[in-house]
Design a protein around this ligand. Structure first.
Ligand code: HEM
Length: 424
């Protein structure tokens, strides 16, 4: 047994998707930050892993990619059986090979292909396009007249449309993309889980291989199309990109398309839904922001902190190393608990409170260092624009039932947010 072992009940929370839909997660994080901020979870069915819950440690690990690489072990928490299955399919710990799973020097070569395209100045050029999509989302909201499920009716669709628009996937293909991403990375929804549990390991592997093949067929067609007819979208950039003078190999190209199409929507949806929850439930907040729309920027940042949609990413240690007084061994696996870092009392007074007056708001929901989220400027802009368009149409908003969270230890957020509202 490891000296820094985390008690079983707490470790169990960290690997239980259903716990991510309850306060049990935040209770566990609070306990860990106070009592065992860098401990080891030893849970049956999983390789042991370190659990980083402090803001400072998550930053230190994220900023030191050579010491804590991404390529060596799975970048998402996975069971030993899942890890073995992935190895048997790809011969590596990863199902795809995107920038998320790469280390230097490849990571930066690939990242630079689109980094400037998603930089603030370039993203601002898409503001009018994004505003058009926001207006369409608001029109659908207004059509609901007095009440709606804000997640299903607004928060889920709008970010998907924004990211597909940037990528260059036509609107009629959105349902297919949504289905593919859900099958590959979908939240551990009880229905999906039951379906998966009924499959043999071989059938499950076949399912995964089939989804990856579907993705790659779709994107290879899009690539051929954009090579013939270039446009101002990310598909064109990726179709014509070269690494060391060569076009991207098919696996890396599909993986790139996959990460853009999966990383950018349910993450942003979660923050949009969290912002609306705060507006509907915190006395005075709605009126304050209505009276001073410049506060929307602070609303966006606090919603991202408070929801922290990406709950965890994994890293490993590249060498025996010391952190927070603990001895990590070469190849040890480490969980970065972003949602815990974002509720670290050392950085955020009253961390559980939604408070738009945090200046500066040092939230780390986008990660940090070499892998820091490439879509962060787009995400902030699209959330801001949605509320700029939505708030003038609203006179009041309240909760109309219990909000519920999705169950996943990777990306999660509200899956329903019933609200009642008066239009302005
Ligand atoms: C609120 C919304 C979002 C959140 C919370 C979020 C969060 C994250 C996090 C935590 C990482 C990993 C950082 C690390 O490993 O250190 C990441 C990486 C990434 N995100 Fe986002 N993301 C969001 C929106 C988006 C959007 C809209 C896009 C697409 C346009 C996007 C594209 C990416 C990509 C491509 C990476 C990989 C970067 C790399 O490995 O170098 N994200 N994001």
């Amino acid at each position: 047994m490891h000296a820094a072992r985390i008690p079983d009940d707490i470790a169990h929370v960290l690997v239980t998707p259903a716990a991510y839909a309850t306060d049990a997660l935040y209770d566990a994080y609070r306990w860990l930050r106070a009592n065992n901020p860098l401990g080891v979870a030893e849970v049956e069915g999983f390789d042991p892993f370190w659990v980083a819950t402090k803001h400072a440690d998550i930053l230190e690990i994220s900023r030191n990619n050579a010491r804590f690489p991404s390529a060596v072990r799975s970048t998402t928490l996975t069971t030993q059986a899942g890890d073995a299955r992935t190895h048997s399919i790809t011969g590596t710990p990863h199902l795809v090979r995107s920038i998320v799973q790469m280390d230097e020097p490849d990571h930066m070569k690939y990242r630079l292909l689109i980094q400037s395209w998603l930089a603030p100045a370039n993203v601002r050029k898409r503001e009018e396009e994004v505003r058009t999509l926001a207006r369409e989302a608001v029109a659908q909201f207004v059509a609901k007249e007095t009440k709606c499920d804000f997640v299903k009716d607004v928060a889920l669709h709008y970010p998907l449309r924004v990211v597909m628009n940037i990528l260059g996937v036509p609107p009629e293909d959105l349902p297919r993309m949504l289905r593919l991403t859900q099958e590959l990375f979908g939240a551990s929804d009880p229905d999906t889980e039951r379906f998966k549990a009924a499959l043999s390991p071989e059938q499950f592997s076949q399912l995964l291989i089939g989804v990856v093949q579907d993705f790659s067929e779709y994107f290879e067609k899009l690539t051929a199309e954009r090579r013939a007819n270039p446009r101002d979208d990310l598909a064109t950039v990726l179709a014509n990109a070269e690494i060391d003078g060569q076009p991207l190999p098919p696996l890396e190209r599909t993986s790139y398309f996959t990460v853009i199409s999966t990383a950018g929507h349910d993450t942003t949806s979660s923050s949009i839904a969290g912002a609306m929850w705060a507006l509907a439930s915190q006395p005075g907040l709605f009126d304050r922001i209505k009276a001073d729309p410049s506060l929307i920027l602070a609303l966006v940042e606090e919603a991202i902190r408070w929801t922290t949609p990406v709950k965890t990413f994994m890293r490993s240690a590249a060498e025996d190393t010391e952190l927070r007084g603990q001895q990590l061994k070469n190849n040890d696996w480490i969980m970065l608990c972003y949602a815990s870092g974002n509720r670290d009392e050392e950085i955020f007074p009253e961390p559980d409170r939604f408070n738009i007056d945090r200046t500066p708001n040092r939230q780390l929901a986008f990660g940090n260092g070499a892998h820091v989220c490439l879509g962060q400027h787009l995400a902030r802009m699209e959330i801001r624009i949605l509320f700029e368009e939505l708030l003038p149409r609203l006179k009041s908003v309240t909760l109309d039932g219990e909000p519920r969270y999705s169950e996943s230890f990777f990306v999660n957020g509200l899956k329903t947010l019933p609200i009642r509202f008066e239009l302005a």
